[in-house]
Design a protein around this ligand. Structure first.
Ligand SMILES: CC[C@H](C(=O)O)C(=O)SCCNC(=O)CCNC(=O)[C@H](O)C(C)(C)COP(=O)(O)OP(=O)(O)OC[C@H]1O[C@@H](n2cnc3c(N)ncnc32)[C@H](O)[C@@H]1OP(=O)(O)O
Ligand SMILES: [Co+2]
Length: 134
């Protein structure tokens, strides 16, 4: 684990949330990106060396839609940057953490990602992110 890559926040209305967080951070979102495979639209804010990712569901089957239905809006996951996602997935699985996806998958913001099931991480949805090198 290199550092916290982003904090993911589940929101119902991305336009309203973008306006709210722009006021909070004093800076606008630097990009919005749809991730079809996750049925989400993401919006990223840079705060110094850190990032916040807002996520709006694009379909009822979206993990974000189910989360909001269950728990309402709020912090959804913590993402960590890793240098070698395959090695980290292998290490974590050997340590007893449950990988939700068994192979890295395409994430937003030019990343390969893997999620750990919250039941194996004290109730925190953890995302591993590796930068996709050009
Ligand atoms: C990849 C694009 C982007 C990026 O950064 O690049 C993203 O971050 S996309 C983010 C959205 N995608 C995901 O979250 C994918 C991984 N998530 C999942 O596969 C599911 O959400 C899963 C498996 C965590 C939960 O699935 P589901 O909601 O269908 O199951 P349950 O509702 O039965 O939940 C099971 C159990 O987990 C607890 N739970 C669910 N979501 C969270 C959460 N975000 N944080 C903590 N805990 C969570 C839920 O409360 C249930 O617990 P229980 O004690 O059984 O009630
Ligand atoms: Co994320």
């Amino acid at each position: 684990m290199v550092r916290i890559e982003h904090i993911g926040i589940a929101v119902k209305d991305l336009d309203k949330a973008n306006a709210l967080f722009q006021k909070l951070f004093g800076t606008p979102s630097y990009k919005e990106e749809v991730v079809d495979s996750e049925h989400v639209t993401t919006s990223f804010f840079g705060i110094g060396p850190n990032k916040v990712e807002l996520l709006q569901a694009g379909a009822p089957e979206s993990a974000i839609a189910k989360y909001i239905d269950r728990k309402g809006e709020g912090i959804h996951h913590i993402a960590f940057e890793v240098d070698d996602i395959l090695a980290e997935m292998e290490r974590l699985e050997s340590e007893g953490f449950e990988l939700i996806n068994k192979a890295p998958k395409k994430g937003a913001d030019n990343k390969l990602v893997c999620f750990l099931h919250p039941k194996s991480t004290n109730g925190v949805l953890v995302e591993l992110c590796q930068e996709v090198k050009a």
